[in-house]
Each structure stands twice: as C-alpha cells, then as structure tokens.
Design a protein around this ligand. Structure first.
Ligand code: MLC
Length: 500
C-alpha cells in the first residue's frame, strides 16, 4: 500500500527531507511519520472511525498533509475541498458526504458558523491556523503508528467531480487504486529517491495530491512546496534548488514560457517536466523545446482514475498526443453508442480499465452503473483516437465541460447559479478558447422582460454561490438563445456566435 511505502522510506532514510515548504518549515521523513501518527491518534481521540468522512478545507499547508495521511492511516475517508468554495457550495459537499469532521481555516470561522450548524452528520468543525505549528496541536498524542492496515478495496479518499446532469458526485478512490496508480507512475516516469520535485499545484485535486505529492513521497524523494503558483518564483527555484521534476497544467507552462522570454533559463539539470489536466497546445510544446531545450511530457488522467495514458520517459514524446497506456492500464477507443472497439485512427470514446479505476460514486449506484460498460470499462466521456503505433490523441469531449487553467467547470452548475438571479429569464454557459487559460467561461443571458441586469453584478452573484474560478469572465446579454426543435440550447451554435 502507498502508506507502507512512506513508512519504509522513513525507516530507510529518516533524516532526509520529505517536504520543504519554500520559505517555511522542512520536514524529514522521520518527522513526517511521527507527526502523521500523532495526528492519527488525535483523529481517533476525536472519535473518527474507519469509513468516516474527514473533510479538510485548508490552504496548501503541512496540517493538510498530516491530516490527509493520518485520515488514511485510521481507515477514514479523506475529503479534500477547494479553499475557494463559498459557504453555499461547501454546504453541499459536507451534506452530501455526510462528513463527520471538518478542518477549516480559522479565518473562515465566523462565515461558516451558521452553515455548519445545519449539518446533522457533522460532529465537529475544527478551525486551525494553517501557519501555526501543527506539532503543538498533536504533540501530546502517541507517535506509535496506528495499526489499522488498510485493505485494497477500502476507500481512502473521496474527490468530488461534477456531472453534466447532476450536482457534483463523490468519486470513491480506494487504497488499491492509489497503490496501483503510484506504482504505475513510479515505473513509467522513473521516480528516484534523489529527485527534487517543485510542487506548485493545488493539493485538493488528484494532480497535485496523488500524481505529484504521493509520487515524491512514494519514491522517498523531496517535495519542495510552494503555497501557490508564481511563474517568476518557479523559474528561479527550478534553477536555484536544482529541481529534477516539475508538474503543471498548460496555463502554468504558458506563463513560465512567457516569463522566460529574453532571459537565460537553464533547465538542463531537470529530468522530467510534465503537463496535464488539459490539452497542451502544440505551440507551447514546440516553444518549450526551443526556449528551454526541454520536451514536455504530456499525460492524460481524470479524478476517477488518476493517470491513464502518458508519453514515454524514454522514446518519442509526440506533439498533440497524450501517449500510451501506463503500466497496468488498458485503454480502448469505442463507438460510444455500442461500446464496440473501433479501428486505429477512428475517433470514438476513450474507455479505461485497470486496478487504478475508482470504486464508484458515493451514494449514487445509478450514476456508477452509467459510468461503466457492461464489460466493466470506464466511460471517460472524452473523445479520441489511437494511432497504428499505439499513441492516443484526444479530439474533444462528449460531455458539456469547460477546462480553464486545468480546472474542470461544468456549465450546468454555473447556469443553475445564474438562474437564481432575479433578472435572468434564461441562460447558457459555454467555454471560449483562450491562449492563457485554455478556455474561459462565457455566460449568455436572456434578461427577464423589463429587467436591465448589470454584468458585474451577475458575476458577483455567481461568486457568492460558486468558487471564483467558475464565475463567468464575460457576460453577454441576448434576446434569445439558439435552440433545437426540442427546445435544447445548441451550445455549438452559441459558441460560434459568442467566441472570437
Ligand atoms: C484562478 N482563477 C481562475 C482559475 N484559477 N479562473 C478560471 N480558471 C482557473 N483555473 C481566477 C482567480 O479566482 C482570479 O479571479 C483570476 O482567475 C486570476 O487569478 P490568478 O492569480 O491569475 O490565478 P492563479 O491563482 O495564478 O491560478 C491560476 C492557476 C490555477 C493556473 C495557477 O488555476 C491552478 O493552480 N490550476 C491548476 C488546477 C489543477 O490542479 N487541476 C488539476 C485537476 S485534476 P479574481 O477575479 O478573483 O481575481 C485533473 C486530472 C488530471 O484534472 O488529469 O490532472
């Protein structure tokens, strides 16, 4: 199991830095193991039982990491939540998950008080100062590891992912899924104990948490953590700290590339720079090669699976392609209507199977059943093709989804929030292409008769209900929306009208 690998790294190299918070604390593998165990006993003392959902809405900080590892150690289900969720959105996640405990930032205490009191399953909300020494909080608890060995089919984490026709669903990720994923990446990407990962991703997503952080800890490497992404800092640190690995989304790579223009940047010591969570534009792939002498490694994953496909560590990294199935992963292209495999070079749905594929959606047996084919393959909803020599290329999405800065945004969620505005009669949300963000959220609104809504006020209305990254960047008012004979909004037509 993944936790066993960390424990053995602690035994093998206790004094080595596991995590270095840039500008802050450094934690050795021994300290990581000890404080995780103390945190696990702290959770047990709070009454946490195996299977309980432990929600954490904190900025990127050490307590987040200890709580993550400790929750898994006691067999609880770790539920990381974006610190940007406003109370209304947070309420949905906590209620749906039936979270027993919430750890949140102390600055949110007063704004969350009322919402928390309306959650019967939530036994306690603990507000912490992310900058304070966590060891002061848990120092009195035992440092002996909690011996509750996790079984492969036990849920380790729950990660919310939105649906096109429903509110967000909790994807249940088992200990077996995490282990399969990390072993696969360890071998495919050649993780090494002497790697230094510069970590600038959020840690509440599969990318930053599982692929990047677990990857480094599983290898016994060092993760240098930045609290957030800053292109200038990243370029400086990659060089000054002789980092060997960096993982980013295309928006980050775009900013790095732009900031590097006209400067001498030496990344020759780096062995792996990956890109994922959204399509890597061809010009960025070749721009990186020209400017840095580095060939980005593009890979493809999703919340429900972790990583599926990857360009090779050694061998051709093909522009525009997300590569081949990772070790232990099976991938196929099928006709989405019949689930019948298609020949090479024909576009169909990408379907995945393997030990890394999630167990299902929390409390949603129907949605879980819909997600899988009769023969057990996961329907990704992504369209793609496979070349004669095994490289997969993504060609679009079967589902109505916007990806902005590597974040998935489901238009129906934004539309639902817009429809609660008193002046909105009808609306539709689409993603328009953008060089930096990949796509930007654009809302087209039909006002109610006699109403004259203000675009800024509409955006503010969304931000009260949704995390800021989901709020429209552009609001367009229209007399009506293009609809088909059944009255359904024709998003493709709308995109043609409003995107430029
Ligand atoms: C921030 N903003 C965004 C945004 N991120 N808007 C749309 N999409 C986003 N992704 C908003 C902010 O709220 C702010 O609004 C404004 O944009 C400018 O903020 P910024 O300071 O420029 O943004 P920044 O904080 O630098 O964030 C950009 C970013 C970040 C690219 C660094 O979005 C990021 O870390 N993205 C990575 C997401 C990720 O890890 N995805 C993995 C999902 S897992 P205002 O108006 O409030 O100022 C997955 C599976 C897989 O997909 O395969 O990996």
């Amino acid at each position: 199991m993944f936790l066993d690998a960390i424990a053995s790294n602690c035994r093998a190299n206790p004094q080595k830095n596991a995590i270095q918070f840039i500008g802050g604390e450094a934690i050795s593998y021994a300290q990581l193991a000890e404080t995780t165990s103390r945190t696990a006993h702290f959770l047990r003392a709070l009454g946490v039982e195996p299977g309980d959902r432990v929600a954490v809405q904190l900025p990127k900080c050490l307590p987040f990491i200890y709580l993550h590892l400790a929750a898994m150690q006691v067999g609880a289900v770790f539920l990381p939540l974006n610190p940007g969720y406003p109370p209304a959105e947070l309420h949905y996640f906590l209620a749906d998950a039936g979270a027993r405990l919430l750890f949140a930032d102390v600055t949110k205490q007063s704004s969350l008080a009322e919402m928390i009191s309306s959650l019967p399953a939530l036994q306690e909300a603990i507000f912490i100062d992310a900058d304070a020494h966590w060891t002061d909080r848990v120092g009195s608890y035992s440092a002996k590891p909690v011996s509750l060995p996790a079984k492969p089919d036990q849920t380790a984490m729950m990660l919310y992912t939105s649906g096109t026709t429903s509110r967000p669903k909790g994807a249940l990720i088992t200990h077996g899924n995490l282990t399969a994923n990390i072993k696969s990446l360890h071998s495919a990407w050649g993780w090494r104990a002497d790697d230094v990962l510069l970590h600038a991703l959020p840690i509440f997503h599969v990318h930053g948490l599982v692929v990047a952080l677990h990857g480094a800890l599983h290898a016994g490497a060092t993760a240098d953590l930045l609290p957030g992404f800053d292109a200038v800092a990243v370029l400086d640190l990659l060089q000054s700290r002789r980092c060997s690995v960096f993982m980013g989304v295309p928006t980050m790579h775009r900013r790095l590339y732009t900031h590097a223009a006209g400067r001498r940047i030496d990344l020759s010591h780096m062995r792996l720079l990956t890109s994922g969570s959204d399509r890597l534009p061809d010009d960025l792939f070749s721009g990186y090669q020209r400017s840095f002498g580095v060939t980005l490694l593009e890979r493809y994953g999703m919340t429900e699976t972790g990583m599926n496909l990857s360009n090779p560590l050694h061998g051709e990294r093909r522009v525009g392609s997300v590569g081949m199935p990772l070790p232990g992963v099976q991938a196929r292209i099928v006709d989405p209507g019949t689930d019948t495999p298609l020949p090479n070079d024909v576009v169909g749905e990408v379907q995945i199977s393997g030990a890394h594929v999630f167990a299902g959606y929390w409390n949603q047996p129907e949605k879980t059943a819909q997600a899988f084919t009769e023969d057990g393959w996961l329907r990704t909803g992504d369209l793609g093709s496979r070349s004669h020599d095994g490289y997969f290329t993504l060609k679009g999405r079967a589902k109505d989804l916007i990806i902005s800065g590597g974040m998935n945004i489901y238009p129906p969620e934004v539309e639902l929030a817009l429809m609660t505005h008193a002046d909105v009669a009808a609306c539709a949300v689409v993603g328009c292409p953008d060089a930096e963000w990949g796509e930007l959220v654009v809302a087209v609104i039909v006002p109610k008769p006699g109403a004259a809504p203000d675009a800024d006020e509409i955006c503010a209305h969304c931000r009260d209900r949704l995390a800021a990254y989901k709020a429209p960047r552009r609001v367009i008012f229209a007399a009506d929306l293009p609809r088909n004979a059944l009255g359904k909004v024709q998003k493709a037509v709308l995109r043609g009208e409003v995107c430029y």
